[in-house]
Ligand binder design. Structure first.
Ligand code: SAH
Length: 462
């Protein structure tokens, strides 16, 4: 290890920043966030520095050795290599920790990339070898930590002493905190209900029973349209703490793999015409698992509330008083639209967009054709591949021009995404010739004409 990772307490301590440009401004801000009392010295200090709150002491003059007097640390950010080096040597000889921006060789300390969930701070350094890599690593960690982690940590800080008094041994205290951080209390806070979380923590503290009965719960989670990176951060967090994941056919393996390795994974796959696990059975399964104290993630393709039967499933959970939450996902229409370069609305072509299902409960396609055929509107049809011919001819019969462009997209957002483009009058034939299979989404409207120009992701235009 080239550097010792440590967190410095600089509250109310005098800190010096040499340099008055934009890099110096960022350093002043950082030091002030940690409570440092900052003095900036440079001939020509940028207005941005004087606009900071609080305004640091600004000495509009050239650096002199006396500026180091009494300083706790110094950051050097001038554009003059000779000056930077000279200040660094003086600081080191006076045992003042020094950082020279972008010059690790002259630094006695370096500033890490940080993930800020104050009071939880994650610091990432690369010993000066690869700052960009450190920043990218930071981005990855950023996505793993809930935004409200800091709130949770602050709450823990508030009750730390009380917990110490309540539980005599370190083992008891550890169990208490693990229960708090991995259970319902943390969850309440992550869901933005800090008051309820605190109330539960107080109850647990008063009760003192460390054998928490595991409280079962279900999270109805949108898994997005396919590309695993299109899943939300909340979905990833819930997947990583789930005991059981119940997933659909449209969920890609890479998304299921985001769950803990030892989580139980149950496939409840469905195809459009055949339900391999009847909906009633899925509902019962969710209730049963939650009652057994499991944390269940019910992972659905796209968004659970768009043709996902999410409403039916939570209706059932409510009936049985099972705690649940719903996490939205990117629906197939959005995924297809972005990855095919087909904006769903456009000032010149479509002022509204309608999502419809092409598969009805009694296997017929019986939609409000009149309203779907309206001009200047994009129509997105889910589960419509089987009924494509009917859909196209009904739209024409109800007044939409036969030349209206149509796209049918298979496996949008995945590497094997495939797209067939045509018009209402010929799309059914083209799709047949191309041999396109389910899952596929149909987009009808003038916006499809933009695909030629805006397509950035690839796929074969048929
Ligand atoms: N809740 C889902 C939709 C489930 S219905 C969502 O919000 O996306 C299943 C239908 O969604 C499929 O028949 C197909 O029409 C569409 N679909 C889902 N993922 C798709 C994808 N990657 N590419 C194309 N269509 C998709």
């Amino acid at each position: 290890m080239d550097f010792l990772p440590a967190f410095l307490n600089i509250k109310d301590q005098p800190c010096l920043v040499v340099g008055g440009g934009s890099v110096a401004t960022r350093k002043v801000e950082l030091l002030q966030r940690a409570g440092g009392r900052v003095t900036v010295v440079a001939p020509g200090i940028e207005a941005g520095i004087r606009a900071l709150d609080p305004v640091p002491v600004c000495l509009d003059e050239a650096f002199e050795p006396r500026h180091l007097n009494g300083m706790t640390l110094v950051i050097v950010a001038t554009s003059l290599p000779g000056l930077n080096e000279s200040i660094a040597r003086q600081a080191v000889s006076r045992n003042i920790p020094v950082n020279v921006v972008d010059n690790p060789a002259l630094c006695s300390f370096i500033l890490p990339s940080i993930v800020d969930r104050d009071p939880v701070i994650v610091a990432i350094g690369s010993s000066g070898a690869a700052p960009v890599l450190a920043r990218l690593t930071r981005t990855r960690i950023e996505t793993l930590l809930p935004a409200a982690l800091g709130t949770l940590a602050s709450l823990a800080g508030k009750y730390r002493q009380a917990v110490k008094e309540r539980f005599g041994t370190p083992t008891e205290r550890r169990r208490f905190w693990e229960g708090v951080f991995e259970g319902d209390i943390a969850d309440q806070i992550y869901r933005g209900r800090a008051g309820e979380g605190e109330r539960q923590l107080q109850a647990l503290l008063a009760d003192g029973d460390l054998d928490f009965p595991p409280a079962g719960e279900v999270a109805l989670v949108g898994g997005g349209p396919g590309d695993p990176e299109l899943i939300t951060m909340k979905a990833v967090r819930l997947l990583q703490r789930a005991d059981v994941v119940v997933y659909d056919r449209l969920i890609s393996d890479a998304v299921v793999d985001l769950a803990r390795r030892d989580a139980q994974k149950i496939y409840a796959g469905k195809t459009s015409s055949k339900h391999s696990m009847p909906q009633a059975e899925i509902n019962d399964l969710l209730v049963e698992l939650a009652r057994a104290g499991k944390r269940v993630v019910r992972l659905k393709g796209g968004d659970p509330f768009i043709f996902g039967r999410g409403g039916e499933e939570i209706g059932e959970l409510m009936k049985h008083h099972i705690s649940f939450q719903v996490v939205p996902g990117i629906t197939a229409a959005s995924g297809c639209s972005s990855y095919c370069g087909i904006p769903l609305t456009h000032r010149d072509h479509a002022q509204s967009v309608v999502f419809a299902t092409g598969h009805l409960q009694n296997d017929s396609v019986d939609l409000d054709w009149e309203s779907l055929a309206k001009p200047k509107q994009t129509v997105v049809i889910y589960m419509g591949l089987l009924g494509l011919e009917t859909i196209a001819s009904e739209l024409i019969a109800h007044g939409r021009a036969p030349e209206t462009p149509v796209a049918v997209v298979h496996n949008a957002t995945l590497p094997d995404q495939d797209i067939v483009i045509g018009a209402l009058m010929n799309i059914a034939e083209r799709v047949k010739v191309a041999g396109l299979v389910s899952p596929a989404l149909i987009i009808v409207g003038e916006v499809v004409g933009l695909h030629d120009r805006l397509n950035w992701y690839g796929g074969v235009a048929g």
